[in-house]
Design a protein around this ligand. Sequence first.
Ligand code: ZN
Length: 148
Amino acid sequence: MEVSTVDFAIGDKFIEITGCPILKCGKCKKEIVGHRVVDAVYQIFFEFEKHPGINTCKTTMRSDIRFEYAQKAEFIYDSRDLNIPACDFDLDPTNKEGYSLPVYFDRKVLNGFYTDNDYELDFFSESYGEIGKKGVTDGFMNGRSHSA
Ligand SMILES: [Zn+2]
């Protein structure tokens, strides 16, 4: 995924979106905009209908939307990553918005949890696992570690 400025022309309406997430094929370089961009363009087009005479709109896709589940831990993430296929879909409907979003942290912070008996860590692979405080059912977090 990349971010870029994308222009949309629909009839006589013109929309410019900066910071627009684009999915780019690594092989053939074909590009498509993220599915949340499609939703945003639809909403903007609906706004045009409510405001006759206005034919242009310049906007941006926000990267700083903070999700409820991540507020306490202050994770580093870009909310536009929800445009990455599979990051915006969750088979468990009880999970909150943004639950499958990748978050970034220094993997060294995990060392403290490994040695703390109050926490359980379960890593299925080098980049995917769970961490949680023992006895707290909703404190579990799935995570992908990212070596920076
Ligand atoms: Zn391709």
